[in-house]
Ligand binder design. Structure first.
Ligand code: UDP
Ligand code: MG
Length: 309
């Protein structure tokens, strides 16, 4: 029988791990694949690791990797992908917001010939209105300025063939925005929609600020548009200043009195100074990315694991 590796990043999830396994056991018999669970403990500060160790003792196909500190979900994902040995790989949240009962249908689509079967939420019920608003606009912006298309509402929950996983592992960049990487590699993708679920227990680690930073990551990792905008702003303000120089020069010749206007001068200086800092900030963001990239630090450090890696 072929093997399905299930990668589950966990950060402070002591309450949800058991619920998750309980639900997964129900689908194990509905998919003609051997299941291999790879829980990645992303430096949890609660009892998650202990719960995982117990689960690994009770159920022989449960494995875990434990990081030396919190490296973030992206790092947990890549660690899981590297550790996975199955012909098929899926990535799931432990909080049951990615419904396990979709797996049989997802596998069916793979059998039909798709390389990736993704899932997307058809709605954002139970989510703050303001968060939905910004999320929608993020997808609009990123899709208009980046070559890589990202589907609104698409989750990380997806089933992939070994070929796709190998393609993703080929990308050895340190700054990883997996939503983009998954679509960058291409392949035939089928999306299954489902209604949004609330968390089974525990709390989300995302707040507005972290989501905002995450969306900036996406834009900077997958688009050079901000650099173009910065250049454009520079050219525009140059053109404006040349025009106003001409205007003041001519009006001085005609009316013969020097321009009064200390306040307007200060405003303009402040405005241009601001623009310069803004554009410098954008450039700085990209340089920061290059800096992190050239250091080639590992994405994560494993402290202990039930797998021999
Ligand atoms: N997660 C992680 N490391 C982190 C934050 C989150 O591994 O630093 C995991 C978390 O345990 C969960 C998944 O990523 O399995 C999604 O997190 P969460 O439910 O908080 O996000 P949301 O569903 O609200 O987008
Ligand atoms: Mg969640």
């Amino acid at each position: 029988m072929k093997k399905l590796s299930i990668i589950i990043p966990c950060y402070n999830e002591q309450e949800t791990v058991e619920l998750f396994i309980h639900e997964m056991v129900k689908v194990e018999s509905k998919v003609p694949l051997e299941f291999e669970y790879i829980f990645v403990n992303d430096g949890s500060r609660d009892e998650t690791l202990r719960v995982l160790k117990e689960a690994a003792k009770l159920k022989e196909n449960v494995n875990y990797l434990s990081f030396s500190r919190n490296f973030g979900k992206e790092a947990a994902l890549i660690a899981g992908l590297q550790a996975a040995t199955g012909e098929f790989v899926t990535v799931m949240d432990v909080d049951l917001q990615d419904p396990p009962e979709l797996l049989p249908d997802m596998y069916q689509k793979i059998v039909e010939g798709y390389d990736i079967v993704g899932t997307r939420r058809s709605d954002r019920a139970g989510e703050p209105v303001i968060r939905s608003f910004f999320a929608k606009n993020f997808y609009k912006i990123i899709n208009s300025i980046s070559d890589v298309k990202m589907v609104d509402g698409a989750r990380d929950f997806r089933l992939m063939t070994r070929q796709v996983v190998d393609a993703i592992l080929e990308l050895n960049e340190v700054n990883r925005f997996s939503k983009g990487l998954f679509s960058w590699v291409g392949f035939d993708t089928y999306y299954i929609s489902y209604e949004n679920r609330e968390r089974s227990a525990g709390e989300t680690t995302w707040n507005f600020w972290s989501l905002f930073k995450y969306s900036l990551e996406g834009i900077i990792n997958f688009s050079e548009a901000p650099l173009t905008i910065a250049t454009f702003i520079g050219v525009l303000s140059c053109a404006l200043s040349i025009l106003s120089m001409l205007y003041f020069f001519l009006s001085n010749l005609i009316t013969q009195n020097p321009v009064p206007g200390w306040p307007s001068l200060i405003c303009i200086i402040l405005f241009l100074g601001g623009l310069q800092l803004f554009c410098l900030g954008i450039v700085g963001k990209y340089i920061g990315k290059i800096f992190l990239e050239v250091k080639k630090r590992p994405n994560y450090i494993v402290k202990e694991s039930s797998l021999d890696i």
